[in-house]
Design a protein around this ligand. Structure first.
Ligand code: ADP
Ligand code: MG
Length: 388
């Protein structure tokens, strides 16, 4: 399959600071690509290079197999000739223009007079349920309405490529879900090609045909959502996509064990890159895959058991978010309320508990000192509480 859009060897520096580092990103025609990564990893800069709003120092960018940027051959098609639509976090509507004028703006700039007269603005407004708002000004709209108008403006000229830069981040949770599903349905219907930037894993999984996980200006993993979800290629990716639990492992003559000496049989775990003969590793585990038991007799056969202490628990409706500690590791788990409400209400921090997990739920990586993993991990821990 040929890629109709392609970023090859892209380099963008600000002074000595390499923000986009030899980035490779093939994008299929009609694909909804999500660029996922923590704040500061270079997502916005990559989008701005695609849009022609930044001049990279190296690499090439092709749209529909036309070169729009080539550092070596001094090709740099200006932004307004790249046929893209953009939707920003801040909506960026013109305050002095009506909704009608805002949506029509890209058609006007591109001198698409037929589309302007032929009802394209009304059609775009209808797509996002804003046809009743055409004569209002942005200040007369809610945040969700403003962002829907911005989506209509991004799509109205039927661009080759639509770039979204965290468009849902300023909306409250309910509106975020609404606008997200509207974008998803529009993509299904219209089949435009999209690059959608976010730091939110649930948005990435919901929207992406493929997800590119970015780390310090490079793509760390690029695959379909279920592949990323099940088979993260590094601890960085695992931490970022919600495998919030980190268990340090060491190998002795009997096999692998936790730092508190509990055996962990890795023969059925998914071991990614522990070096042959290595004696240290790190396991990652989703809170959903860690189970709470009132005693060892309740542990399903074949599960790996850890003895822990209760740290805290929070009510979440159908479940409790429970924090436990084993040795130096604090682990999060989700306990169904129907089974655990009674016992949890009677418990106190410090109580001994038994937790277990299926060995196949573990993803095991070489133990490396990677400060970005710790940072991402902290974000993932708080995100795993709100995502369900
Ligand atoms: N115009 C600029 N001048 C200097 N540094 C910049 C500029 N824009 C972005 N950066 C730096 O580049 C890095 C990546 O920024 P950005 O692409 O905005 O990341 P993200 O969108 O992933 O949060 C950050 O360290 C940021 O400070
Ligand atoms: Mg950004």
């Amino acid at each position: 399959m040929t890629s109709h859009f392609a970023v090859n060897g892209l380099v963008k520096k600000y002074g000595e600071n390499v923000v986009v580092d030899d980035l490779e990103l093939p994008i299929e025609d009609g694909e909804f690509l999500v660029l996922l990564g923590p704040s500061g990893c270079g997502k916005t800069t990559t989008l701005r290079c695609l849009a022609g709003l930044e001049t990279p120092q190296g690499g090439t960018i092709a749209f529909k197999d036309n070169i729009v940027f080539d550092a070596d051959n001094k090709v740099n098609v200006p932004a307004h000739k790249r046929n893209i639509g953009m939707v920003f976090q801040s909506y960026a509507l013109w305050p002095h223009m009506t909704v009608r004028k805002n949506i029509g703006y890209p058609l006007k700039v591109r001198k698409m007079r037929d589309a302007l007269r032929g009802g394209s603005v009304e059609e775009a407004a209808r797509m996002v349920d804003c046809e009743g708002l055409l004569d209002r000004y942005p200040s007369q709209l809610s945040g969700g309405q403003q962002q829907r108008v911005a989506v209509a403006r991004g799509l109205v000229s039927r661009p080759d490529l639509v770039l979204f830069d965290e468009p849902l981040s300023n909306l409250d949770a309910r509106l975020r879900d609404q606008v997200r599903s509207q974008i998803h349905q529009l993509h299904r219907r219209l089949g435009f090609t999209a690059v959608f930037v976010t730091h939110d894993q649930s948005e990435a999984f919901a929207l992406g045909d493929r997800i590119a996980i970015m780390k310090a200006g490079k793509i760390e993993q690029y695959d379909e959502p279920d592949q990323v979800f099940e088979f993260p290629v590094s601890e960085y990716v695992a931490a970022f996509i919600g495998m919030a639990n980190r268990i340090e492992l060491r190998r002795n003559h009997n096999g692998w064990e936790t730092t508190t000496g509990e055996p962990v049989d890795l023969s059925r775990a998914i071991v990614r890159d522990v070096p042959e003969g290595g004696t240290e590793a790190v396991a990652r585990l989703r809170p959903d895959d860690l189970h709470l038991h009132s005693g060892e007799n309740e542990v399903p056969a074949g599960n790996i058991v850890l003895h822990a202490e209760l740290v805290d628990f929070e009510y979440g409706g159908r479940y409790y978010d429970v924090a436990v500690r084993t040795g130096d590791d604090q682990l999060m788990l989700r306990a169904p309320a129907t089974e655990h409400a009674g016992a949890l209400k009677k418990s106190a921090p410090g109580d001994k508990v038994v937790v277990s997990f299926a060995p196949s739920a573990l993803r095991v990586f070489a133990a490396t000192a990677d400060a970005t993993v710790d940072r991402v991990s902290a974000t993932a821990k708080s995100a795993s509480k709100v995502a369900s």
